[in-house]
Design a binder for this molecule. Sequence first.
Ligand code: SMO
Length: 725
Amino acid sequence: MHTHPASPARRAAAAHDGAATHAASPALLRREDNALLRGSGCFGQDVQLADACHIAFVRSPQAHAQLLGIDSNAALQIDGVLAVLTSAELGQHVMPAHNPLLDVVQDTAFPLLAHAQVAYVGQPVAVVVATSRAAAREAAGAVTLTLHSLPPSNDFASEDATTRTQHKSGQMPASSTHVVEAHIRSPRVSAMPMEPRACSAMLHDAEANSPHRITVWLGTQTPSRAQADVARVLGLPTEHVRLISPDVGGAFGAKASVSPEDLLTALTAQHMQRNVQWLASRSDDFVAGMQGRGSVLQGCLHANDQGVLEGLWARLHFTLGAWLPFSAVVPLRNAARILPGPYALTHLDIEGLATRAHAAPVNIYRGAGRPEAALLMETLIEQAARQCQIDPVDLRLRNLIPSQAMPYTTPSGEVLDSGDYALALHNACEQFGYTHARNQQTQRRQQGELVGIGLALYIEPCGQGWESARVTWHENGRVTVASGAPAQGQGHVTTFAQLAADILGSDAANVDVHLGNTALCPAGTGALASRSTAIGGSAIVQACRAVLVRREAGDALPITAEEKFTSNEAWSYGCVIAQMRIDADTGTPTIERISWVDDAGHVLQPQLVHGQLIGGAAQGLGQAMMERLIYDDQGQLITGSLMDYAIPRADSMPPIEISSLHTPSPNNLLGAKGVGEAGCIGVPAALMNAARDALSPLGEFDLQLPLTSEQLWHVLSTHFEKETP
Ligand code: SMO
């Protein structure tokens, strides 16, 4: 069944088989898709406000400089330009505070608009207001800044750590039979939602019969927090702001926290007393959108002669941007707390720190620290297996936390709720045909091919805290579900409607779902950290049950119940096995196939879960194979367009086989766990291990992400030069 594509024709056949496994059956139409596929969705650009003016931002061309002057005269001559606003006109407002999960040292609050100095290329310095978007953009280019350059830092010295975290337990062994080390760089990447950021602000008459003074349309994962942020900057009570997150063309963490441009759109509307619209260009998002990853991961793993792990030492260094979005410290916190992944290892010495640089902000990005933990741990595991000369599957089996130990409290205090890690590994091996594949690998190696098999196990904690839901059973029999968790492509409307219908004994077609609108939905936490079904779904269950209880007690329709559901994290996990061939002459890597077992607990909508897995795998593959943002030593982003920054396309995708386990989580009413981030967590680590395994007959190489043909060619040619002096 698992043939190796020896010829292009057979490779095509294999790819076709794989494509067939992508298509889940039978086809379920998502409620969302009819409108979205026919072009009648409402994305940021589709919000059209009467008599609106448009804005564009004058951005800093330098990474670090004193701002001595802003000359708007030429810009103001351009037809249609209404104003050029600086902090002198709009006031010296600051960005909201960061998430208090980790103590953060931040000397000053960061300004919405630069004044006195600039701290990254792309930082907004002034707002150009015009009657058309084209005029605003043209005029932004005509504003001249007088800057006195200062030396930029691509990493503020570590004495200036913005935040630190540590987990220590047990005694690190003084000596072990086997000690392996890894030093891995996880480059910054762009989240690259298909839809760039967009924000529109509409003013309301004070006399109108409405509590709202302003409505803001913003594609955000956290409408309630954005509503509060806008209100604070405008000096309004929160309830005077209506925030609507319309259809959103992808978010991935990059739209989890407000950006200066979002708040400046609302502020400009208030200042001009006009409706205002802003639409980011792809370039705007490259230079000033929130980026992801960007860390250096060092680790040292001790094992005895039986391959039993005896200790893990790790040092994690995340380089954040010039300012901290709300969730900027979350990746560091996650990476440090979830090491050593699914392994029972009690001797830990883990320290992490985050520093800042004169660069665009870094925030959570699909995985948010979990990929970093998996990358470091799984690379070390396979190095240890090679050094111990134990098969990497066997070595893992000797160290995985057993299912009987669940719930399992890790040395860092995390409580893994449920799961059978060895079963995921076993099933993945079976599905991949592991023994057969290793035999084939041996034969191909004898014929001179460089072919590798890489495994990765991963764990995916999926959010804790609360989410809200309001369920109304109307007199006409229809049901309205309003959730605090909005959607950015996940299909929440489909999932939530079916969920409510099942509990109320109704039909999903009778259920209307409201998301992402602070006027229609209860205040919520938002859609992030793979938590919407587990926590947001449980809130819907709770509200539906409350409605049913009152109905059974004889209450007349309509009946409304609003509930919050609070829970601890549910821990998804899985195992990815990847096979990669590396061309010995050119270094070109070919991912031959990926086999994957994921456990997302109880699954409500298998087809939507499948879509999440495939999408995450594509982004994980992108980070592993091609994506990398590069700043030069002047702090200029030299990969600021899709000409210089590669992202995966449909034809980058190898055949992927996926199967699932369904270990329910005891932590929520649905037994559900998260799934959105799994592909970004497991896939890069498996691909890294496949590449290292492919080259292992030649030696142990310090490969880094992305695994470009250039890097692999360089490693190979350096190696062969040494071999043949
Ligand atoms: S990276 Mo996610 O939006 O927590």
